[in-house]
Every structure is written in C-alpha cells, then in structure tokens.
Design a binder for this molecule. Structure first.
Ligand code: CS2
Length: 495
C-alpha cells in the first residue's frame, strides 16, 4: 500500500490531502514552554490541541516537551515523524483529521531521569502539566494524602535526583529551581481527581517536606497549582484505527489518537510564570473550578463507570453498545439524576442540557470506547466519582439505589470472575491482588463479599461502615449474583 512507504513528518506535510488540517503556524519558530508528564493519548487529543490552537493564535514560546514516565512506546512512534501526529475526530457523520504540531520533543523518564529534571528546571519552562492518571500521584484517593509507603515514593526519597514518580519529578525540579534562584513553574494537573490542583499541591508539598521543611514551605508559598476540569473522551488507539488514519493521510502515522468532537477545559487563572493565550483557544478561565470538576466527575465519570462495570458484566464491549440497550441508557441517566442534587452550580449553568449532551456523547457510534478500558483502576476512581455523591445523599436522607448498583457492579467485576463464574476478567488495578484475595476468602456471596470490600480503607475510608451504604450495596450485589447485570439493571430502572 502507498502509505506504507511514506511516513508522516515535517518534510511530508505538504503532501497531505487538502482536507487534512495541519499546523497553521511556522513550527520551526516554536520553542518549548511546557513540560508535560504523561504523554498518553488523552494529553495528545486534549491539551496539545488547545496549545496547537494557541500557537496558531500567536505566542510561539509555548511548545510542549512530552515525557512518558515509563514506556518508550510513544517516543519510539513519534520521534521518527518529528513528533507530528494526527487527531481523528469521530462522529456518526464522519471523521475529521488534524495534524498537531504542538509537541516538539519527547523523553522517557525511566531512561534518563536526571535529564528530565534538568529540562523541567530550565527557566524557559513555565508550566509543568500532568496526565498521569489517578494512580500516578502516589496518594490515597480516599484522603488525598501522599502515600508515604508507596514504593515509588520510597524510591524517590532515596534517589532525589533520579526519581520515578510524577511528584518525585516535580519536587526534584522545583528544588533545583530554588537552588538556582529561579521562580517555580506552575503545576497544572489535568487528571480526574477531586479538587485536582489542591490535591496535587498537597501531595507535592507533603513530598517536599519529607526532603526538607524549607523546601516544602517554599513550594507552598511560591508555586501555584491551578485546578482544572478536563473533558474529552479518548479511547485507546487500535491497529484498525492506525490503518484507517494512515489511509486517510496517504502516509503512515504510527500513533494517531482517536476522539470525539466535544472538548472542554476549564482552568483556574493562577499562573505565576505566564501562560499561553488560553482564551483564544477556547479554554474557560474561571476563579473557582471546583463546581465544574464535581459536575464532571459525578455526572460524566460516575455514569461512565456505572456503564463500564455493569455493561462489561452484561457482555457489552463498548460504551456505545451498552447505550443501545435502553435499560442501560436509563441507568446512566439515573446515576446522573441521583448525583445532580448533590451539586451546587454557578448561576446560569444548564445541568439538564449538560446531562442530555453526555447521553448523546456516550452513544456516539463512531467511538469504540471499551467498557474494559474505563473499568480500569476503579480503586482510584470510586471515591470521587461515586462515593462522594452517595455520602452527600445519605446526609440528606435520600436513597442511593442506583449508585449502590454501580458500586456493586465494581465489586462483582474485581472478583475477576464473569457471570458464568469463569476467571475471564483481566482486572487492572493497583489493588487487584488484594481484591482477588478477599473474593477468594469470601466466595461469591454478597453478604460476605460486600462487607469485605467495603472494609478496604484506602477506597471507602469511614464510609465503609455506614449502615445504609452497607445495606444498599449488599442488596445490589445480591441482585447481581442472583439475576445477572442485565436483569438487575432492568429491575432497577423499571422500579
Ligand atoms: C473515563 C474517562 O476511563 C475513564 O475512566 O471515564 O477517561 C473519560 O472518558 C474522560 O474523563 C472524559 O473526559
């Protein structure tokens, strides 16, 4: 095939078909201003696109240096194509392709940790942004505190100039800047954590204080950690996606990213060392992101997780497949209904329209978003997605049946056994072994399994002993064992 011989790259941009959008600025003049930790598909389909727009709108000093913490795969795919890659925006009506130029270089932290610290300490770098997923912060999601016994934290405290973890890199680079008399960079968390900026500030200052009290204080006083709400659905790229994009391009892109038309980024405007022209690139700059973050976590992510666990158990491969089942579409709507009353939004926010738009996005038939992908790392996701809303509802004496079924779906899922009792579920979670051991001890009995999992403090904290929560989750898990996910969902939404 023709595209196999040509590779996307600087020298070939002019040979792309006219319908393919490409960088609308002189890329040779762009210099790095941002180091991004966690160079995954989400960053490339979300923040990097915004930066690409802001480069087109002017400022050429905000190019991105991307760092993968562990795997060399992204660097190996993108370096041979001058770090150019395609974003394929998929809708029922068709796909739009856009080549992004904002990523200038990439590094693999594991290979040369000291070089990455150097780069982050360079005065030209004024923002360090992150998408390292929930588990990348080495914290306890339930409390928001640094997990001082996390193996990466222990490692990084013993190897301060050659760290492994995201907090370790941030602290090492900030310490270096302080020693050189430089201002700190702004730390911009773009992960789905509750109060993500505050949470990361807490984790980073706790980490720094373990090195030295002064350093902790300097970071707390001088650095800023704006909170952000990031939103765009980005499924994992498959080989079929690579082929489809390469065909559209007429040349090979080794790692394009797939996404939906919708994109949103709400950011607190607290940047100590300047920032790109975000407003020109469609970013919403606000004084307080918290309500938007909670709205997204409790409406989008909560219903996403509910669909992922229960949909997976019911045998659905993707979110769009799951949404074709009217009972599951209703389930998603019902999770949102339960969560909505726990939110306090600024005047003018149209929550009903937001909820309706989420249901449409989930149903996008062109996105192949696997339930298994979203089901990953539930131990890190449950507190901010489901448990917070349950706690708020219980405080108001409101029922929690829909959220309880979602939590029960997670419990059933982490046993790693499918509805036929076969050990077929590939559970990816930092606590997977602990959950599997508990499930082995209790057996598939709701009255035993539910309390055992609710007792995992890191996930449930004190909520695990709340009697109403216990009862609702145990009842829901009992239904799942008795009737299976499909019938349990149907019964719930028909009640
Ligand atoms: C998903 C999110 O994988 C997951 O847990 O719920 O990645 C979701 O697609 C994004 O937050 C959408 O912005």
């Amino acid at each position: 095939m023709r595209h196999n011989s040509t590779r996307l790259g600087r020298a070939n941009l002019d040979r792309l078909p006219p319908a393919i959008r490409r960088p609308a600025y002189d890329r040779s003049r762009v210099t790095p201003g941002i180091v991004h930790l966690g160079l995954g598909a989400f960053h490339r389909a979300h923040q990097a696109v915004v930066i690409d727009d802001s480069l087109a709108a002017g400022g050429s000093s905000w190019g991105i240096v991307g760092a993968s913490l562990r795997s060399p795969d992204t660097r190996d795919a993108l370096a041979p194509q001058d770090h150019l890659y395609t974003v394929a925006v998929r809708a029922a009506e068709g796909t739009e392709h856009r080549v992004i130029g904002a990523l200038l270089d990439s590094v693999v932290a594991r290979e040369k940790p000291a070089a990455l610290v150097d780069r982050m300490a360079d005065p030209a770098i004024r923002i360090v942004s992150l998408t390292v997923t929930e588990k990348g912060y080495c914290h306890t999601p339930q409390t928001g505190d640094l997990d001082e016994r996390h193996p990466d934290v222990v490692h990084d405290l013993n190897n301060v100039d050659a760290p492994r973890s995201a907090p370790g890199f941030i602290v090492a680079a900030l310490a270096r800047r302080r020693a050189r008399g430089l201002a700190p960079f702004t730390v911009l968390c773009c992960d789905n954590l509750a109060a993500n900026g505050h949470t990361v500030q807490r984790i980073v200052t706790q980490f720094a204080a373990l090195r030295s009290k002064d350093l902790g204080k300097w970071i707390a006083d001088a650095a800023t950690f704006p909170s952000t709400m990031v939103d765009r659905i980005v499924p994992e790229t498959t080989d079929a996606d690579r082929d489809a994009v390469s065909n559209a391009l007429g040349m090979r892109d080794a790692w394009p990213v797939m996404t939906e038309p919708f994109t949103q980024w709400v950011v607190e405007d607290r940047f100590t060392a300047g920032r790109p022209d975000f407003a020109a690139a469609g970013v919403e700059l606000v004084a307080d992101v918290k309500p938007f973050e909670l709205m997204k976590l409790r409406l989008l992510n909560a219903s996403h997780s509910a669909l992922a666990y229960l949909g997976y158990l019911a045998g659905y491969e993707t979110i769009a497949d799951t949404m074709l089942d009217p009972h599951f579409a209703r389930l998603a709507a019902q999770v949102m209904e339960e969560a909505a009353v726990t939110l306090t939004m600024p005047v003018g926010t149209d929550l009903a329209a937001y909820r309706a738009s989420l249901l449409k996005r989930f149903a996008n038939p062109a996105l192949h978003h696997r339930t298994w992908q979203i089901a990953m790392d539930g131990s890190q996701k449950l507190p901010q997605r489901l448990l917070g809303a349950m706690q708020d509802r219980l405080r108001k004496d409101l029922p929690i049946a829909t959220h309880a079924l979602a939590v029960a779906g997670w419990m059933r899922y982490v046993t790693a056994r499918d509805e036929q009792g076969r050990a077929t579920i590939d559970v990816r979670d930092p606590l997977a072994a602990e959950f599997a051991a508990l499930a082995r001890e209790t057996g598939p009995v709701a009255e035993r399994l539910a309390p055992a999992l609710l007792g995992v403090e890191k996930v449930f904290g004190p909520m695990g002993t709340e009697p109403r929560l216990r009862e609702a989750v145990t009842t829901a898990l009992g239904r799942l064992y008795k009737d299976g996910a499909r019938r349990a969902v149907e019964a719930l939404v028909s009640a």
